[in-house]
Design a protein around this ligand. Sequence first.
Ligand code: ZN
Length: 291
Amino acid sequence: MLPVAIKTPYQTRKNSKVGSFFIRLTWLYLALMLVQFATSAALAQRRTAGKPQTQSSGPRPYPEFRSRFGVIRWLSDQMPLKVFVSRGLSLDSIMDPQLGAPVANVDNLAAWPNLVAQIVENPQQWNSLGVAEGYVDGHYQAALEGVSAWKAFEPEGFLSYQITNDPQEADIYVFFTKQFVNKLGMALFANDIRGYTSKTNFPYKAILAGGQAAFKPVVIVLRTTEARGASMPLGKMKAAATHEFGHALGIEGHSTNAADLMSVYYGRGVISPNDAATLRYLYRLQPDLIP
Ligand SMILES: [Zn+2]
């Protein structure tokens, strides 16, 4: 028993020495790893800090431009697009007899292009359109300036459009309303919605395969009054027109960055660097649908 008793502590001690050597090695290894990790982390940080313009804070396309049905944009064959901005005309006198509400109510957005196509073909109906309550002369100029803001991209070659005074030949129409109503004819006072855009889209593949697209007009309606009924300030009208025309060009959803024109907050009322990056990105993609 005794030799064993002696041997055991010795062996244990010897083992523990070997053991602690390995443990020390492990600690050293861990410490080295830590130093290495800290160094590479610091390097990575310095690398990111070196080019912040392109990595974190530079203009970037926002993914919300894509509709749930895919990419929607015009083809170069369709350009220059023709845009008719009405002098205050409202669609609200065209009533749905069953609903007792305007056909152009926001629960019926999908029907707006057909409605306008029908009115354009019927001169009597076109001439019956009245001017929206709350409309002032400055609203036309403001809407025109808003729509024209995207002309800044024309020199880049992927986009072109013209303002036309002939409603017969337009691809995109701008109308006005005192306020938006739902299918019950009830006014919508929710937040700050100053415009709606409705378009009918056609599968690009079907058109490539020789299919005939029955093109329908894209319809923008802008609001002439604010929540309290006062005339829409010209700056807000211009921002709304610019925003809605962004939708007409194919930016379907809303940027989550409040500083972007295509956010629900209209940003600063002008096309932001992110909006610009998004439009450029969109027009480099093959569309799934075309307006
Ligand atoms: Zn919008």
